[in-house]
Design a protein around this ligand. Structure first.
Ligand SMILES: Cc1cc2nc3c(=O)[nH]c(=O)nc-3n(C[C@H](O)[C@H](O)[C@H](O)COP(=O)(O)OP(=O)(O)OC[C@H]3O[C@@H](n4cnc5c(N)ncnc54)[C@H](O)[C@@H]3O)c2cc1C
Length: 431
């Protein structure tokens, strides 16, 4: 059994209080059972309530235990596949629709925070700056910005030169960047807890410390079994993302995603002198490296995240490497102490895009955000409910006829290590 204790993190240290958790016991009925208490599952529950339905969320640990309570809080409209590549391979209309969905996802977060008064999430639309680590990367960013601006008529992107990027970030390591004004920052765990409060306040049930072990899918309906109880429902939504291998109940989506460890470190509160030189506009910032790193301020600390060198579990040397990457980018942080270190699992897919669809006539799934899911999981949770109850929605490249398994899934762990090593090598040599 995996460790279901949430890691200590800066987010947990600064989180809002939660009600005493309830475990599922006995038989409960609902219109829809939802497995997973992250953004996808909670957003699905809110959408169900909007439709006049009764949802029951089943969470193995506690709300926000997965990536939703551990991420960097960079809310953006980015996919891991560029819109220019989508346009090249699938046509401009498809790329345009994907761009629209990305903006809808961002709007969805903003609407949730407003409608459900999730003030503790500290959502701020400060923009996201993608920082190019070399000239090739900057050329790709510029091409992306050109297509988005000229072909889609989207005015949210602005190209910054080397000096502007250096001024914005406080690092001399970047050759330029693209600012996306329709993006921002959030306290991820408080956002998850705020969504959960909204679900509970509107009559939805959330059962925590309840692992969905088994699902019976019969002509009469769905029944999801946990250790002590079960939920009988008309429909099911699977929202387990990078944690889909916790139990056999979610085997249907497990092979669609490769769980990949992503990590965060947070500094001690910084002096006013250092803060003056760093991330001046309070945006979120990400890099163009394949093994992406991202950073932002939270109050008077710097938060720095990255992938790579992390195996199945956390390791001291991997955190040390992340800390030294942060100090290479920001020499002004030499001597500053890191006070928090934590990690979590993101869900990578074969084509680097999220997957949403129906696994059968009663079961919807939405997984595979490839490390940028705050906004998209908020949107796709809603869409999963609509699909489960028979609506047709144009979800462009994310819509799948069934969960798409990754070939040679049993080789995923050595494959992840090999790919991560190769990506680090390419980043290192500037390709
Ligand atoms: C370190 C890190 C940094 C990140 N940074 C960013 C960022 O800055 N911006 C961004 O957009 N995205 C970021 N992400 C990605 C983002 O957090 C995820 O895409 C998003 O949270 C996915 O939400 P989810 O609800 O689909 O999955 P999760 O939040 O992972 O939730 C899945 C839940 O399912 C539960 N579960 C699994 N199996 C069962 C079962 N059998 N029974 C009951 N419950 C079960 C798990 O306990 C878990 O709580 C980051 C991720 C990590 C790990």
């Amino acid at each position: 059994m995996s460790d279901l204790t949430p890691p200590s993190s800066l987010w947990r240290d600064t989180a809002t209080a939660v009600p005493v958790p309830t475990r599922l016991s006995g038989v409960t009925t609902a219109n829809v059972a939802i497995i997973g208490g992250g953004y996808t599952g909670l957003s699905a529950a809110l959408r169900a309530i909007e439709r006049g339905l009764k949802p029951v969320v089943i969470e193995a640990s506690e709300v926000g235990f997965g990536a939703s309570g551990r991420n960097g809080g960079v809310v953006s409209t980015k996919y891991r596949v560029s819109l220019s590549d989508m346009a090249k391979h699938h046509g401009v209309d498809v790329a345009k629709r994907m761009n629209r969905l990305a903006h809808d996802a961002m709007d969805c977060v903003e609407q949730y925070v407003d409608r459900y008064e999730i003030r503790s999430a500290g959502f701020a639309k400060t923009g996201n700056l993608r920082c190019a680590h070399n000239a090739n990367a900057l050329a790709s960013l510029r091409e992306e910005a050109r297509i988005v601006t000229e072909t889609f008529g989207d005015t949210s992107l602005q190209i910054l030169d080397r000096e502007e990027t250096q001024y914005e970030t406080g690092s001399a390591a970047f050759v330029g960047g693209v600012l996306n004004k329709h993006a921002g920052v959030i306290h991820p765990l408080n956002y998850a807890r705020g969504l959960a409060r909204a679900v509970r306040d509107r009559g939805g049930h959330i059962f925590e410390h309840s692992i969905a072990q088994r699902i019976d899918n019969t002509p009469d309906g769905i029944e999801v079994f946990t250790e002590l109880g079960s939920v009988r429902a008309e429909r099911l939504v699977i929202a387990t993302n990078g944690y889909s291998d916790l139990a056999p109940a979610t085997a249907i989506v497990r092979k669609s995603v490769i769980p990949f460890r992503s990590a965060m470190v947070a500094t001690e509160p910084l002096s006013a002198q250092v803060l003056q030189t760093l991330v001046r506009n309070g945006r979120s910032y990400s890099e163009t490296r394949r093994m992406m790193r991202w950073f932002r301020r939270i109050d008077d600390r710097l938060l720095f995240g990255g992938r790579g060198a992390f195996g199945k579990a956390d390791s001291g040397p991997a955190f040390a490497a992340l800390e030294s990457a942060m100090k290479d980018l920001f020499p002004q942080l030499a001597g500053v102490t890191v006070t928090h270190r934590w990690s979590g699992l993101v869900a990578m897919t074969m084509d680097s895009l999220p997957q949403i669809g129906l696994a059968d006539s009663r079961t919807a799934f939405a997984v595979g955000y490839n490390g940028t899911g705050i906004a998209m999981a908020s949107l796709l949770g809603r869409c999963a409910i609509d699909l489960a109850f028979g609506d047709q929605i144009d979800l462009a490249l994310m819509r799948r006829a069934r969960p798409e398994a990754i070939p040679f899934y049993s080789l995923r762990e050595p494959a992840v290590r090999t790919v991560a090593g190769w990506y680090q090598f390419l980043d290192h040599i500037g390709r």
